[in-house]
Design a protein around this ligand. Structure first.
Ligand code: AMP
Length: 219
C-alpha cells in the first residue's frame, strides 16, 4: 500500500500536535513534528539543539536547509514501516514547501491533503499562554480546556508541569508575527492545489478529531 502524506497547517496552538498524535496512533502514521524533534535535540544538547535553541527562544524560524535535512532524515528512517506521515508544524515557509515537494518527488510520493486549522487570534493567544507540558513524558495540557487531574502535576508521571519558554507572552507575539509573515502565505500556496482542506480549529478536540478522521477516510 502506498504511504499517505498529510500536512497540518495552522498557527501555533491551533491543536495540530494534539490531533497529529491521536491520528498517528489510530491509523499507524508517523507524526513528524519539527518542533518536537528540535526540542528533543535542545534537551539532549546536540549540535543541532544548540543551533536551534537560539532561534526557538526568540520565536524565530530555524533556517530552511536545517529543517529540510532533518525531515529528509526522518522520512528515510520511517519509510516502509508506517501507513503514512503527518507533517505537524512543517512546512512553515514557501521554500520548505517547495523543498518538501522535491523530497517527495524523488521517491514518487506526493501530498495527499493539506489540512488548515482555522483558529482566531484571541483563541490562539489564550491557548498558548495556558499550554503546559510534562517535562518527563512531554504530554501536553491546557489549563483552560484540558487541565491535569491534580494541581499542576502530570497525570501520568506526577511531575510538575512546565511552560515552554516560547509560550511566554512576549515570545508568543513574536511567533505569531513570524507565522503571519512566513507561514500564512502557505494557505494561498496550497489553495492553488486540489489538496487543500480547511477545518474549524475552534471546535472541541473531539469534534476536530471527527472531522479529521473523515478527511483521512476520504468521506
Ligand atoms: P512548534 O512546536 O511547532 O511551535 O515549534 C517551536 C519552534 O521550533 C518554532 O517557533 C521554531 O523556532 C522552531 N520550528 C519548528 N518547526 C519549524 C520549521 N518547520 N521551520 C523552522 N522552524 C521551526
Amino acid at each position: 500500500m502506498k504511504e499517505k502524506f498529510y500536512i497540518f497547517l495552522g498557527p501555533p496552538g491551533a491543536g495540530k500536535g494534539t490531533q497529529a498524535k491521536y491520528l498517528a496512533d489510530k491509523f499507524n502514521f508517523h507524526q513528524i513534528s519539527t518542533g518536537d524533534i528540535l526540542r528533543y535535540n535542545v534537551d539532549q544538547g546536540t549540535e543541532l539543539g544548540k543551533i536551534a535553541h537560539s532561534y526557538i527562544s526568540e520565536g524565530k524560524l530555524v533556517p530552511d536547509d536545517i529543517i529540510l535535512d532533518l525531515v529528509k532524515d526522518y522520512l528515510g528512517r520511517f519509510r516502509g514501516q508506517v501507513n503514512g506521515f503527518i507533517f505537524d508544524g512543517f512546512p512553515r515557509t514557501i521554500d520548505q514547501a517547495e523543498g518538501l515537494n522535491e523530497i517527495l518527488q524523488e521517491n514518487q510520493n506526493k501530498i495527499d491533503k493539506v489540512i488548515y486549522f482555522n483558529v482566531d487570534e484571541q483563541t490562539i493567544i489564550a491557548r498558548n499562554i495556558n499550554r503546559r507540558v510534562c517535562p518527563k513524558c512531554k504530554k501536553v495540557y491546557n489549563l483552560l480546556v484540558k487541565p491535569p487531574e491534580h494541581d499542576l502535576l502530570c497525570d501520568i508521571c506526577q511531575v510538575e508541569l512546565v511552560q515552554r519558554e516560547d509560550d511566554k507572552p512576549d515570545v508568543i507575539s513574536d511567533r505569531l508575527n513570524v507565522y503571519k509573515a512566513k507561514t500564512e502565505p502557505l494557505i494561498d500556496f496550497y489553495k492553488q492545489t486540489d489538496k487543500f482542506v480547511e477545518i474549524n480549529g475552534q471546535l472541541s478536540v473531539e469534534q476536530v478529531a471527527i472531522h479529521l478522521e473523515k478527511e483521512i477516510n476520504g468521506i
